[in-house]
Design a binder for this molecule. Structure first.
Ligand code: GTP
Ligand code: MG
Length: 178
């Protein structure tokens, strides 16, 4: 049995919990609590510990999906969840004030993991805010010497988020097919 662990991270409300729910073959495990602070202005619930879901690619391959809390006050979970992870899926919310700053912030926060694991970027909510476009993120990453795939995704759409997972698996093992 091959077991892979992938982490989803990104800012509050980007769609981590939604994406894992869209992907998981089993009912996902969520630790959402009603948001009592500024987050409540944007949405009612926020993850306080983790999300968990699982994909069975075939009878020999399982992918465990872990989502981090977005709020920085729960950032102690980020390192815990990163342990043993094969890679990072970083979601960025195009409606936030400065999503490129968010990109840099999360690259810095997960630097230890990214020393030896790949990252794939998904940009959500382009339907609500179409600037910056995906190519702006690609240029930013290229300027920093990072060759990272960037996709437009809607976290509610299973095919969109599956594309991120497949790109991640391909980064880990370019020999992989299908
Ligand atoms: N319009 C639009 N809405 C989206 C898109 N992607 C996600 N959403 C919505 O954005 C919200 C994301 O909420 P969550 O999945 O709870 O976000 P989260 O990243 O888990 O947030 P925290 O746990 O608080 O860090 C949901 O209401 C989704 O329906 C998108 O591409 N377009
Ligand atoms: Mg969440």
């Amino acid at each position: 049995m091959i077991e892979n662990k992938i982490i989803f991270t990104g800012p509050v409300g980007v769609g981590k919990t939604t994406a894992i729910a869209a992907l998981s073959d089993d009912p996902p495990i969520q630790t959402d609590a009603s948001a009592s602070d500024m987050t409540a202005v944007r949405k009612g619930y926020t993850t306080v510990a983790m999300d968990y879901g699982v994909i069975r690619l075939d009878e020999n391959t399982k992918i465990h999906l872990y989502g981090t809390p977005g709020q920085e006050r729960f950032d102690f979970m980020w390192g815990i969840l990163s342990k043993g992870s094969m890679g990072l899926i970083l979601l960025l919310d195009n409606t936030r004030a400065n999503p490129l700053k968010d990109l840099q912030f999360f690259l810095d926060s997960f630097r230890d993991l990214l020393d030896d694991a790949p990252v794939v970027v998904g940009v959500t909510k382009l339907d609500l805010q179409n600037q910056p476009g995906v190519e702006v993120y690609q240029q930013y990453l290229a300027k920093h010497g990072l060759n990272v795939p960037v996709f437009e995704v809607d976290a509610r759409n299973e095919d969109d988020v599956k594309q991120l997972v497949m790109a991640m698996l391909y980064s880990i093992d370019p020999g992989l097919e299908g």
